[in-house]
Design a protein. Structure first.
Length: 121
């Protein structure tokens, strides 16, 4: 029995060094869209709706940081709320279902560019 365990542990240890295929994205627009539209009666409502809000606001913050670092202006309106950002992303996904297979962060970027275009993006 101990030999089987040692063999398994050795195989597991060796496989840890084998490179695995990397995913190009962690979340797709389809996944975020589903989480953002979760029904209030769903047992996972609070988890999914919170994830949606957190994901959209985190992607938005990362996009704004990238713009700042590259000397580009923030063209979003003052007083923008997380709920409004979520609504803009959802509207974009509803209006462009052909893009929902893209990364969710890319969808947030496209929705910002669509709602608040910057001159010389």
């Amino acid at each position: 029995m101990m030999q089987k365990f040692i063999g398994f542990a050795a195989a597991l240890g060796l496989s840890a060094g084998v490179p695995q295929a990397a995913h190009a994205q962690f979340q797709t627009g389809n996944q975020i869209y589903r989480d953002c539209l979760v029904d209030r009666t769903d047992d996972a409502y609070y988890q999914k709706s919170s994830f949606c809000m957190a994901y959209v606001s985190g992607a938005f913050d990362a996009i704004l940081l990238a713009r700042q670092v590259n000397g580009k202006p923030d063209c979003t309106p003052d007083g923008l709320t997380v709920g409004q950002m979520r609504d803009v992303a959802l509207k974009y996904m509803r209006d462009h279902p052909e893009n929902r297979n893209l990364s969710a962060a890319g969808i947030v970027l496209l929705s910002i560019m669509d709602a608040w275009p910057c001159p010389n993006n």
